[in-house]
Structures are given as structure tokens and as C-alpha cells.
Design a protein around this ligand. Structure first.
Ligand code: MN
Length: 333
């Protein structure tokens, strides 16, 4: 009974997932040599992407915590899960809290695939989807654990790997700014008790690093939900982590100032104003995270900082790249 495990784990009076009543027979897609695949983004207790391949009248399934790897240099863990009914390829919605896999499911991609090899240890396929495309292999490493490897070059041949342990450029405290660049300056609030960080996001997980190279993501619970909200986006953001209350153990808020890397490419050579447009385009806005406003009038912002008791303002030229030669200036309030 191919779907016994699937059915035994669910109560179909409580979940809207398909019960798989029509299991067993191959679909016309499979019979025609164009079996389907689907990737479902699943916001369960731990975010993951379910990779399912139609095979023998069921969906062979793996849960991939970091999603489909875009780059052959980075393999992603894929944990084999129970076969799912074919109808599941259409499923999107919310599995109720408390039920198996409780959380929101949406379809990240779908399409059809060719089989190049299929054994108990190795599954090699060519995907023809909207986002997942090209030759991939799943190989078993032990028990239910497999690795998912992209065999083709990245879709984008110039793609670079997400930097590991990125740091924000340390700010430089100044008493004043060069007046000859007047009109070029942009001003950002230095928030009280804030920690300036670079946040590397991949597979819905965040790592945050200070300019001194300390990894601080464990100190800021907000980064867990923030990472999940970004889904499969790969990005390095620069921002300030700010305590929400005054006690310890509060989740915190992240206010984003800048962007250092996006979807396979460093944005550091781009002018600040362009980086900010890219950041705005990501439409990041949630309960504990948002893009911090940029101000053009430094005198007014400094005045506001003094009135509010903020530490000061950061000053960046709109045309400057993001590197050690162009540090953000810090002016104390
Ligand atoms: Mn799942």
C-alpha cells in the first residue's frame, strides 16, 4: 500500500490535504513520458521546501530545509519523506496548527522532468520548471538523508556564492562632513542601543555579523521569523538590530539600511542610491523588520536625534560604493 504511511500520519477530518483516494494509477503525464514535479514551500515548525517527483502513481518526496540549490558548488540536504498522493501536486493552503506539518504551504515551482537514473541510492533528473531547471541529482548519504546537487552550471553563469561571514563596513566617526559634497549626502538614524550588522540570508535562515566579526544571530530571535519571511531569497543586508523593549530576551527589531549582495551578485560596486533602490524593491516590511528611511537633510535629522536622545546619524554619499574606502560617517548627536 504505497500511501499507507501518508494516510496514517494525517486526520482528513482536520486537514484539507488530499486523502489520496485515487492513488496507484499512473497519470497521463507519466504515461506520456512527461511526469510532473512540484516544489512546495512549507512554513512548518521549520521552514523547508518539499520536492516531489511523480513516479509510479505517487509523488516521491524529499523535504529540503534550504530549498533547491541554485549553484553546483553548494549541495543541500534532502530528507526522504513518505510518498504523497498525486493530488498533492496541486495542494496549497494552511495545514491547521497541531496537525502533522501544521503551517502554510504554497507552490514555489512546478513543471515536468526527465529521468536519467532512478535507484534506491541515486535519482538523476532534468527539471523543466519555471524556477527549477536543468540537471539535478539526489544521492543518498545514509538512512533517510540524501543530498540534492545541481549538476548543470548555475542558470546565471556569473553567479557568485553567498559570502560567508560578511561584515558591515565599520563606520568612521567625524565631527563634520566635507562641504564640497553637499547635496550628495544621505542620512540615516543611528538607533539607540543598536547593533550594526550584516545579515546573510539563505534558505530562509539568517546569520548576522558585526563589523568586529562577531556572529550575533542567536541573540536576536527576530532574525528567525525575519529569515522565514524571505523564503528562498539569497541576500546580504546591512542593518541595525534594535531592542524592542528594555529587558533582555525581547525579540528585537531589524531596521535595514543597505544591501551588500543580492541573488548571486555583490552590490558593493553600485552607488548607495542604486543599492537602496534594490533594497526598496524587495518590499521588506513586517512586524519586526522594515527598511529604515533615508533623509536628505542632515541638520534636521541631527536636531531630531538630539531631541529624541538618539546616538547620532550615519552619513553616506549617494554615489559611493560599499567598501572600506567609503565608510559610513558617524556624527554624534
Ligand atoms: Mn513539508
Amino acid at each position: 500500500m504505497p500511501l499507507e504511511a501518508y494516510r496514517s500520519m494525517r486526520d482528513f477530518d482536520k486537514t484539507a490535504e488530499p486523502s489520496g483516494a485515487r492513488d496507484g494509477s499512473r497519470s497521463e503525464h507519466e504515461l506520456a513520458g512527461r511526469p510532473r514535479f512540484v516544489v512546495q514551500e512549507h512554513h512548518a515548525t521549520a521552514l523547508h521546501w518539499d520536492f516531489r517527483l511523480e513516479r509510479g502513481g505517487v509523488l516521491a518526496s524529499w523535504a529540503v530545509p534550504k530549498g533547491i540549490p541554485p549553484d553546483p558548488r553548494v549541495n543541500h540536504l534532502a530528507v526522504a519523506t513518505e510518498d504523497h498522493p498525486l493530488d498533492y501536486a496541486e495542494f496549497a493552503g494552511e495545514i491547521p496548527k497541531g496537525e502533522y506539518g501544521g503551517g502554510v504551504v504554497h507552490i514555489w515551482d512546478r513543471g515536468w522532468y526527465e529521468v536519467e537514473k532512478w535507484s534506491d541510492r541515486e535519482v538523476m533528473v532534468v527539471l523543466h520548471g519555471g524556477r527549477a531547471r536543468g540537471r539535478h541529482v539526489l544521492f543518498r548519504t545514509g538512512g533517510r538523508n540524501w543530498m540534492l546537487h545541481r549538476m548543470d552550471p548555475p542558470e546565471d553563469p556569473e553567479r557568485e556564492l553567498l559570502p560567508s561571514a560578511p561584515r558591515p563596513v565599520a563606520s568612521l566617526e567625524v565631527a563634520d562632513i566635507e562641504p564640497d559634497r553637499e547635496g550628495a549626502w544621505r542620512y540615516l538614524v543611528a538607533w539607540p542601543r543598536a547593533e550594526r550588522v550584516a545579515v546573510a540570508v539563505e534558505g530562509g535562515r539568517c546569520e548576522a555579523w558585526t563589523a568586529e566579526g562577531c556572529q550575533v544571530d542567536d541573540d536576536w530571535p527576530v532574525l528567525r521569523s525575519f529569515g522565514r519571511s524571505l523564503g528562498s531569497l539569497q541576500v546580504v543586508l546591512i542593518g541595525q538590530l534594535v531592542p524592542t523593549g528594555d529587558g533582555r530576551g525581547d525579540a528585537g527589531t531589524i531596521l535595514l539600511d543597505d544591501l551588500a549582495w543580492l541573488d548571486g551578485h555583490s552590490t558593493a560596486p553600485l552607488p548607495f542610491d542604486t543599492r537602496r533602490s534594490l533594497l526598496d524593491g524587495l518590499e521588506i516590511d513586517g512586524e519586526g523588520w522594515r527598511v529604515a528611511p533615508v533623509h536628505d537633510d542632515g541638520a534636521i535629522l541631527l536636531e531630531a536625534a538630539r531631541a529624541q536622545g538618539w546616538p547620532g546619524v550615519y552619513v553616506v554619499a549617494g554615489g559611493d560604493p560599499l567598501d572600506d574606502h567609503h565608510p559610513p560617517r558617524f556624527m554624534r548627536a
